[in-house]
Design a protein around this ligand. Structure first.
Ligand code: GRF
Length: 197
């Protein structure tokens, strides 16, 4: 069977992109392309060095979110993705984009959702005194960080741990969790919508 086509959408560092790409062959999917809104992202440099097809859709060149979303959708369609994986993508997608890709648009978030949606999750988790923290892969809906949860990876917060250490330990979990979820889509243990976008 042909490997599942995954397009990865990034804005920054790209460590999840790297993990997704490095583990692709063993898990039955392939990275068919990378799209970034940020031309200077380290993720773009990684994708180019790894010979992955990359398209930059710079949000600063668009008058509004709807026209950016439209250009992003067109760039993604070129890669014929069965799954669109947001990996450190820092823009909020509008309702038309989200609806059009429903069921095949997923994101990774650095907390155990529904706890700590939004930014600064590690600092907030420590401030709240939680004993358990982690990462979540979820379907993207119009609710920010609020779509149905697909899988989570968790760890025990250590006494006296700071946000940077915690972030590093959660990130290491992300690097196994996200590829594993893509592998589940590839093996059909998570169903995809019949219709391609
Ligand atoms: C990760 O912590 C991810 O959970 C969040 O943004 C960060 C992206 O890191 N959505 P990277 O660009 O994959 O290194």
């Amino acid at each position: 069977m042909a490997p599942l086509s995954v397009a990865v959408v990034v804005s920054g560092r790209g460590s999840n992109l790297r993990a997704i790409h490095e583990q692709a062959a063993g898990l039955g999917y392939r990275v068919s392309g990378v799209v970034s809104n940020n031309p200077a992202a380290a993720a773009v440099a990684y994708a180019r060095a790894a010979s992955l097809p990359v398209t930059v859709v710079d949000h600063r060149l668009f008058a509004d979110r709807a026209s950016f979303d439209e250009a992003l959708a067109a760039a993604l369609a070129e890669f014929r993705p069965e799954i669109i994986a947001l990996a450190g993508f820092l823009r909020v997608l509008g309702p038309a984009f989200v609806r059009r890709h429903a069921g095949r648009l997923i994101n990774i978030h650095p907390s155990l959702l529904p706890a700590f949606p939004g930014l600064n999750t590690h600092r907030r988790a420590l401030a709240a005194g939680v004993r358990e923290h982690g990462a979540t892969v979820h379907f993207v809906t119009e609710a920010l960080d609020g779509g149905p949860i697909i899988a989570q990876a968790r760890l025990a917060v250590q006494d006296g741990e700071d946000a940077a250490t915690l972030a590093g330990r959660v990130l290491a979990l992300e690097h196994t969790l996200y590829p594993a979820v893509l592998g589940r889509f590839a093996r059909d243990t998570i169903p995809l919508p019949a219709q391609t976008p």
